[in-house]
Design a protein around this ligand. Structure first.
Ligand code: ATP
Ligand code: MG
Length: 415
C-alpha cells in the first residue's frame, strides 16, 4: 500500500529530523521480504514515548507504559514503540515492567524469531543481526538466541512458532523445535484468549493442517485446557485445507467435531476464548445442524426434512454444512449424508420461499379468516404454511394459502 508506506515514511523522517533513530520493524519488514501484502506497519525508535507524543499532532497512548504510542497520519495508524528490553519474566507471563534502551540491537534481541527481528530504515537498509533474511530465504522459523530460554520467558512464543510455521508453510529449526518440546508445559500459564488469537490466525491461513499436526505432535496444547489431542489431529483433520480459508467457521467446526465436542460444548469453549458472537454462532449453528442431520434416516421424507432444516438454519449455514460434511470421513457422517450431499443443493435451489415475510399471507389474515383471537397458534400455523409453500406442497398465493387455512381450521374443529 503506497499510501500507507508514504505516511509511515513521514513518521520516520519527523523522528529523524529531531535527532532520533527510527526504523520499520517486525511483521511488516518480514512480510515485505516474503513478498506478502503488508497491512500494518510498526515503527521502532530511540525516542521516548513522551518525545514521540510531543512530535506528532494526533497520537494515542495505546500502551505507553510499554513504550507504545499510536501515531495517526492521514488515514493510517502506526504503532511507534521505543527501543526497549523486557524486565524479569515471572511464571512464564509477559514481564510486568519494561526498560527503555537507546540501542536498536538490544531491542531486536528481545524479539521472538529471527524473521521478526529485522529493522529497515527509510533508505531501505536492513539491520539484521540474527540473519532473519537468510531464514526467510530458507523458510525456517528460528528463535532469536537460546530457544529454551526464550520459551521460558514467554510461553506464548511456542504457539506463535507453530502459527508462523503453519501460515508461511515454513519448517521449524531443529533447536527451536527441541526447545519447544522441552518447555511445552509452560503453556499452562498463558491466558486462553491469547492462545486462541494465535490459533485463529493459523486457522485462517493456507495450511491449517500443517499447524494442527505440529500442535498434535508437540502435544503443546494438552496442558492448555484445549480438548485438542494428537488423536484428534490424526483421525479427522487431514482435509481441513480443502475448506477454503475464507470459510473459517467451517474449519473451526471441523476442528470442534474432531475434538469430539457437541455444539453446546463448542459454544461454551468459544465463549471462554472470547470469540466474537458472530463467529461463535456460525460455528454453533453448523454443529447443531450436523447433530440434527445425524438423527435423520434415509426414508422417503428426506427431502421434506431437509426443507425444514433449510428454513430453520438458513441457506448460508446449510451451504456451509454441505462443505463440512463433504470433508468428513464416511464413518463420521450420518446415514442420510450421502444423499444430502448428492441432492441437498438442488433441493434447496428448488425451494420457492425461505422466510415468513415472503409468505403471501400474514398473522392478521389468519385471525380475520378464523374469527379467533390471536395467540401462539398464529405463529405455529404460519410456520406450517411456510413449510408447505417451501416444500412445494402448496403454491405461495393468497388464494391457495387462504383455502389451506380454512381446510386446517375445519379439520381442527372436527378433531
Ligand atoms: P502478524 O503478521 O500476525 O501481525 P507480527 O510478527 O507482526 O505478525 P505481532 O504480534 O504484530 O506479530 O508483533 C509485532 C512484532 O513484535 C513481532 O514481529 C515481533 O518482533 C515482536 N513480538 C510480538 N510478540 C512477541 C513475543 N511474544 N515475544 C517476542 N517478540 C514478540
Ligand atoms: Mg503485526
Amino acid at each position: 500500500d503506497a499510501g500507507m508506506a508514504g505516511c509511515a515514511e513521514q513518521v520516520l523522517s519527523v523522528l529523524e529530523a529531531h535527532g532520533h533513530e527510527a526504523y520499520w520493524v517486525g511483521g511488516c519488514v518480514r512480510d515485505e521480504l516474503m513478498g506478502r501484502s503488508v497491512n500494518d506497519m510498526d515503527i521502532t525508535t530511540s525516542a521516548r514515548p513522551d518525545e514521540v507524543t510531543r512530535l506528532f499532532e494526533r497520537t494515542v497512548p495505546t500502551g505507553i507504559e510499554h513504550g507504545t504510542v499510536t501515531v495517526l497520519v492521514g488515514d493510517y495508524a502506526f504503532e511507534v514503540t521505543t527501543y526497549r528490553v523486557e524486565g524479569s519474566y515471572e511464571n512464564h507471563r509477559r514481564p510486568a515492567e519494561v526498560a527503555f534502551v537507546r540501542n536498536l540491537s538490544e531491542d531486536l534481541r528481545r524479539r521472538d524469531f529471527t524473521m521478526n527481528a529485522i529493522a529497515c530504515d527509510r533508505q531501505g537498509r536492513f539491520v539484521d543481526p540474527y540473519h532473519g533474511e537468510d531464514d526467510i530465504r530458507k523458510g525456517i522459523i528460528r528463535c532469536v538466541g537460546e530457544a529454551r530460554v526464550r520459551f521460558q520467558e514467554d510461553a506464548l512464543r511456542m504457539v506463535r512458532c507453530i502459527r508462523f510455521a503453519s501460515v508461511f508453510g515454513y519448517r521449524i529449526a531443529f533447536n527451536t523445535w527441541k526447545g519447544l518440546l522441552l518447555e511445552r508445559d509452560g503453556i499452562q500459564y498463558i491466558a486462553l484468549e491469547r492462545i486462541w488469537a494465535e490459533l485463529d490466525k493459523m486457522m485462517e491461513g493456507p495450511h491449517p493442517y500443517l499447524g494442527l499436526s505440529l500442535l498434535g505432535r508437540s502435544r503443546l496444547l494438552e496442558k492448555a485446557r484445549v480438548p485438542f489431542t494428537s488423536a484428534a489431529v490424526d483421525g479427522f483433520l487431514s482435509r481441513i485445507g480443502d475448506i477454503p480459508s475464507k470459510e473459517t467457521a467451517v474449519r473451526w467446526a471441523l476442528l470442534m467435531l474432531a475434538c469430539g465436542l457437541s455444539g453446546q460444548e463448542a459454544g461454551n469453549l468459544m465463549r471462554q476464548y472470547t470469540f466474537s458472537n458472530d463467529a461463535r454462532e456460525r460455528v454453533e449453528a453448523l454443529l447443531y445442524l450436523d447433530e440434527e442431520v445425524k438423527e435423520l434416516s434415509r426414508d422417503t421424507h428426506l427431502r421434506e426434512q431437509w426443507v425444514g432444516l433449510v428454513l430453520k438454519y438458513g441457506q448460508e449455514t446449510v451451504r456451509r454444512w454441505l462443505l463440512l460434511c463433504s470433508v468428513l470421513p464416511q464413518e463420521n457422517r450420518g446415514t442420510a449424508a450421502d444423499e444430502l450431499l448428492a441432492h441437498g443443493l438442488d433441493w434447496m435451489d428448488e425451494m420457492k420461499i425461505f422466510h415468513l415475510h415472503e409468505l403471501q399471507i400474514g398473522g392478521s389474515d389468519l385471525i380475520a379468516i378464523s374469527g379467533k383471537r390471536g395467540g401462539p397458534w398464529v405463529g405455529e400455523l404460519l410456520k406450517q404454511l411456510l413449510f408447505k409453500a417451501a416444500a412445494g406442497m402448496l403454491p405461495n398465493t393468497k388464494l391457495d394459502l387462504t383455502e389451506e387455512v380454512r381446510r386446517v381450521m375445519v379439520t381442527d374443529e372436527k378433531g
